[in-house]
Write a protein that binds this ligand. Structure first.
Ligand code: CMP
Length: 328
């Protein structure tokens, strides 16, 4: 009897063990599915980047090396493309353009905003620009099996999906499906290229759309206003006052605002530098580690109009052992 009970007990234990293993397998399968989904999403993003970023030619690389580019990344070259030297006239003309306004529910506004913030190519827009895009978007509907975007066409609209499902294909191969809360059709407008893929509806879809002209007005207006602000700032800094207007304009083209919190490090001692900084607001503390006790020793304080990191522009490493932090 004792043996039978022991066997029953052992059987129960094995069943429990099997149940736990099944649960673990389910959990791991779920994790695997999530990782597959992530890989697919990253693969899509990579494909999108590949579609719009052509490899630089040797001439372009040389030109870039010879020009005064503070941080030659994708973001900056985009800003350079806005305008070489915008005039007060350009700014005034653009600020007088009245953009269309289409009322929408708070839920739709939120959906469009979140879709933009979720899109790698648009999430770095300023909040004021996103707000303007939200206001300008108008509703469009497509029935099942419609072609919204055809690969190779000239594009004129950017869409945000509110309801339904679409399929994205390239050269006949399926890239992905997209549901509500996704932006599409942004690449042709942002990079001034033809449509990089075909987008077809799988169900009836409800979309929000914005046309190229509205989109570019929003982009340029902010770009030009910023450019004018940077020019005013550079002209107010005694060190830059002697520079020709054209040079200041080139500087303003590639400048970008960055904010640091009180006490945050901007450059660490010994780190390789690639950025030239001009202080527009606040104070920066320059310190150097004392080699004897490794304590930071205060060297000087920099304020508005002061600059640092200039050695990075000449391609040097910051070996002078300085690090700075903002006081205000
Ligand atoms: P655009 O090139 O204007 O038109 C086709 C759109 O399909 C494109 O913008 C993107 O929004 C989208 N798209 C292109 N390639 C991919 C991809 N690999 N994954 C997801 N969406 C893509």
């Amino acid at each position: 009897m004792g043996t039978l009970r022991d066997l029953q007990y052992a059987l129960q234990e094995k069943i429990e063990e099997l149940r736990q293993r099944d649960a673990l397998i389910d959990e791991l399968e779920l994790e695997l599915d999530q990782k597959d989904e992530l890989i697919q999403r990253l693969q899509n993003e990579l494909d999108k980047y590949r579609s719009v970023i052509r490899p630089a030619t040797a001439q372009q690389v040389q030109a870039q090396q010879q020009s005064l580019v503070l941080q030659p990344d994708q973001h900056r070259s985009k800003r350079q493309a806005i305008s070489a030297e915008p005039t007060a006239c350009d700014i005034s003309a653009l600020s007088h353009v009245t953009l269309p306004f289409y009322p929408k529910s708070p839920e739709s506004k939120e959906l469009i905003k979140e879709a933009i913030l979720d899109n790698d190519f648009m999430k770095n827009l300023e909040l004021s620009q996103i707000q303007e895009i939200v206001d300008c978007m108008y509703p469009v509907d497509y029935g099942k099996d419609s072609c919204i975007i055809k690969e190779g066409d000239v594009g004129s609209l950017v869409f945000v999906m509110e309801e339904g499902k679409v399929e994205v294909t390239k050269e006949g191969m399926k890239l992905c499906t997209m549901g509500p809360g996704k932006v599409f059709g942004e690449l042709a407008i942002l990079y001034n290229c033809t449509r990089t893929a075909t987008v077809r509806t799988l169900t009836h879809v409800k979309l929000w759309a914005i046309d190229r002209q509205c989109f570019q007005t929003i982009m340029m207006r902010t770009g030009l206003i910023k450019h004018a602000e940077y020019m005013d700032f550079l002209k107010s800094v005694p060190t830059f006052q002697g520079l020709p207007e054209e040079t200041l304009s080139k500087l303003a083209d590639v400048m970008e605002e960055t904010h640091y919190e009180d006490g945050e490090y901007i450059i660490r001692q010994g780190a390789r530098g690639d950025t030239f900084f001009i202080i527009s607001k606040g104070k920066v503390n320059v310190t150097q580690e004392d080699s004897a006790n490794q304590e930071p020793v205060h060297l000087r304080e920099l304020t508005r109009g002061d600059w640092f990191g200039e050695r990075a522009l000449q391609g040097w490493t910051l070996t002078a052992s300085e690090y700075v932090n903002i006081l205000h």
